[in-house]
Design a protein around this ligand. Structure first.
Ligand code: FCB
Length: 443
């Protein structure tokens, strides 16, 4: 028995996304995505990096899955590249794209690894962007067509589905600050419309997945939440941190989990509130089987009467500059369950970037900082479980070092090191630590 023992059926996995690892951008009839375009614009991605080769997982998935198997990983969350399936966004369906994911899913199942698929992890077909992208309601229709095709092809074997990964990033970083593709900085009305369409896509995706699969599948959204940790566990500090959580996450979560936009935020937008059609909120709020949470850090600490205060510049941070705040997992899970009555939470991403290096003569990359990070963060998941909160799985971000969006290859999140010249994979100590945790069910 370990100090931190997890339930036998707790799902231990790892996560990736298509554009970040696949490469092979011209292979198998794939069309361009907004990230191919965005990465070509000077100054948008660190070092001018792009995903054209990435980890070359497109050509190396068999050996990558052998490695996953060796590391005891039994659940793998990947994303499907929409422009591999619909290179032109709509109309022409590329069978080679579907065949690729067919083989990928079979390769996982052959190794007893349970596949979980994300439909949208930010690689919108460029052809759809050219017609307005997420600003245009027609993109929701295109997403539904894509979801239906993928569900009918893979739904017999893939039982866990995530619709949209982090609508906040696709909306805010893509259309408000412009640091992610398509790099737009839109007027309030336009970017709010984008957020509404992303939520509609989630709803349309849920419907498509349920209708196109013959045996039951489990479906949910993946949300990256804003968390403030209560400064103490007094009732007042906890209540204020819960209110912070509600306010900061309500724009995206309340429509999905309660079928309405937060009235105060809606009213504050006035004429800039998005246009919505009758039935939209019903579609968006269809019951789901779980909520996925991507959790990396809290914004800081919340004190009753003081709210959220900025952290010191010397507060401990990862290589990404994100503060190390292990309790964020526990509080996010607890708040989301208490506020919106979610009955199953999956931690769909958690992890950290550090400048891990290969040391000549050593078989592994020594990443004690990551081991420490994982250990501390998993204590929060353990606490949630031991208090009876419904959390059923944990996916470490990420399997491999990969293309970290605007940061290019400069931020290493993998439990497996990738040399981006030779593409050699070298497990880090965190991978061995995690493999051992999985085999023992605790640490
Ligand atoms: C999340 C993304 C994922 C990865 C991690 C570090 O926001 O979902 O693709 O970039 O951050």
């Amino acid at each position: 028995m370990h100090r931190y023992q997890f339930p036998k059926n707790f799902v231990w996995g790892t996560a990736t996304s298509s554009y970040q690892i696949e490469g092979g951008v011209d292979a198998g009839g794939r069309g361009a995505s907004i990230w191919d375009t965005f990465a070509r614009i000077e100054g948008k991605v660190f070092n001018g990096d792009d995903g054209s080769v990435a980890c070359d997982h497109y050509h190396r998935y068999e050996e990558d899955f052998d490695l996953l198997g060796k590391l005891n990983i039994r659940a793998y969350r990947f994303s499907i590249s929409w422009p591999r399936i619909y290179p032109e966004g709509r109309g022409w369906l590329n069978q080679q794209g579907l065949d690729f994911y067919d083989r990928l899913v079979d390769a996982l199942l052959q190794r007893n690894i349970v596949p979980s698929a994300t439909l949208y992890h930010w690689d919108l077909p460029q052809a759809l962007e050219d017609r307005g992208g997420w600003r245009n309601r027609d993109t929701v229709k295109a997403f539904e067509e894509y979801a239906r095709i993928v569900a009918s092809r893979l739904g017999d074997r893939v039982k866990n589905w995530f619709t949209v990964n982090e609508p906040w990033c696709a909306w805010w970083l893509g259309h408000k600050t412009g640091v992610h593709a398509p790099g737009a900085q839109e007027a309030e009305k336009v970017h709010r419309q984008v957020s509404h369409h992303l939520l509609l896509a989630h709803g349309a995706g849920v419907l498509a997945l349920r209708e196109e699969t013959s045996s039951p599948v489990r479906v949910g959204l993946v949300h990256n939440c804003a968390v403030g940790i209560p400064f103490t566990e007094s009732d007042e500090d906890i209540a204020e941190s819960r209110e912070y959580f509600r306010r900061e996450n309500a724009w995206l979560l309340q429509p999905v989990l309660a079928g309405s936009y937060p009235q105060d935020q809606w009213d504050a937008l006035g004429a800039d509130a998005p246009d919505i059609h009758p039935g939209d909120l019903r579609l968006i709020s269809q019951p789901c089987d779980f909520l996925g949470l991507n959790l990396y850090n809290a914004h800081g600490f919340v004190r009753a009467g003081e709210g959220m205060r900025p952290l010191e510049s010397w507060f401990p941070r990862t290589d990404f500059g994100w503060p190390v705040t292990p309790e964020c997992l526990y509080w996010a899970i607890r708040h989301v369950v208490e506020i919106w009555d979610v009955n199953d939470v999956i931690v769909t991403e958690n992890g950290c970037a550090y400048p891990d290096e290969i040391t000549e003569g050593l078989p592994h990359v020594e990443d004690y900082a990551r081991v420490q990070y994982l250990r501390e963060h998993l204590k929060g998941v353990h606490r949630a479980i031991s208090e009876g909160l419904p959390v059923s799985g944990y996916y470490l971000w990420s399997f491999l070092d990969n293309f970290e969006w605007a940061e290019g290859y400069s931020k290493r999140f993998g439990m497996v090191h990738v040399d981006f010249e030779s593409l050699k994979r070298t497990p880090k100590l965190s991978a061995l630590w995690y493999a051992r945790l999985i085999s023992q069910g605790g640490f």
